[in-house]
Design a protein around this ligand. Structure first.
Ligand code: B1M
Length: 210
């Protein structure tokens, strides 16, 4: 791994927000692309944080400081990750499902969708089925995007889809799902219209669903 990327990786693991900012700027200065810094630096580090959590070398506070540090790096990359000057191609209501507080992946998906010209209404985290339904009625999007990071909360994607049916708005929108434990077959099983494993493929999927 390039030294600059190694530095980004280390600073996220250490949860050093200021250190991540310095390292991301240095990586940009060394002509590394935003995608390289994101995938091989920031995201790779969060994967390692998760592994350490599983091995009980890290606990929730360490995960949290690493997440904050990663978000600081992400904020610096945001302008470059977003393509500029693209007209609104569609509207997406996006959120992390009920019971789930993980927001980095969802925010990244939102950022990339905005960059590709979508208007994104980000409902945040811990979004219940009724709130998704209400947002569809109010904002009339073409797409609904749900994110889940826990095997327990991914089940709430199904209840959200059911709520959209009950409210009579399911046929008005295409629903896409994603998040670490979510798979293509799970998406099919619950009746979603599509699944994407990462943010750039979420953009491609959103475009194809329109
Ligand atoms: Co949590 N956590 N966490 N955590 N956390 C995981 C998810 C875990 C895998 C860690 C582990 O054990 N290895 C594990 C889940 C196990 C499981 O369910 N099988 C776990 C656990 C157990 C927990 C708690 C229960 C811990 C506890 O309290 N005992 C707790 C739950 C809280 C809750 O939500 N109710 C918890 C808490 C937290 C923090 C709050 C400390 C923090 C989140 C902070 C925040 O988001 N602001 C946190 C973190 C940081 C993680 C890890 C380390 C990193 C997640 C992350 O941000 N990844 C994570 C381990 C891991 O994933 N390796 C872990 C980077 C991000 C860019 O990737 O979110 O996957 P990701 O998003 C990707 C794709 O999935 C996809 O695109 C994104 C970009 O490529 N994608 C979509 C995501 N959403 C999409 C939507 C789409 C399409 C694609 O369409 C709409």
């Amino acid at each position: 791994m390039k030294l600059e990327l190694q530095r980004v990786w280390e600073q996220v693991i250490e949860g050093n927000k200021a250190g991540v900012e310095v390292a991301v700027r240095a990586a940009r200065g060394a002509a590394l692309t935003p995608e390289q810094i994101l995938n091989e630096g920031l995201i790779a580090a969060m994967t390692e944080v998760g592994n350490r959590f599983e091995r009980q070398e890290f606990y929730v506070p360490e995960m949290l400081v690493s997440a904050r540090a990663m978000q600081a790096g992400l904020a610096l990359l945001k302008p470059q990750l977003m393509e500029s000057g693209v007209k609104a191609v569609g509207k997406v209501v996006l959120g992390t499902v009920r019971g789930d507080l993980h927001d980095i992946g969802k925010s990244l998906v939102g950022m990339m969708l905005e960059g590709a010209g979508f208007e994104v209404i980000d409902l945040g985290t811990d979004v219940g089925p009724e709130k998704f339904g209400e947002a569809v009625r109010t904002h009339r999007p073409q797409l609904v995007g749900m994110s889940a990071l826990l095997t327990t909360t991914m089940q709430n994607m199904k209840s959200t889809l059911e709520a959209l049916e009950d409210l009579g708005v399911r046929s008005q929108v295409k629903v896409m799902v994603g998040g670490a434990p979510v798979t293509e077959s799970f998406a099919r099983e619950i009746g979603a219209d599509g699944f994407a494993p990462d943010a750039s493929r979420a953009v491609a999927l959103a475009k194809s669903l329109l």
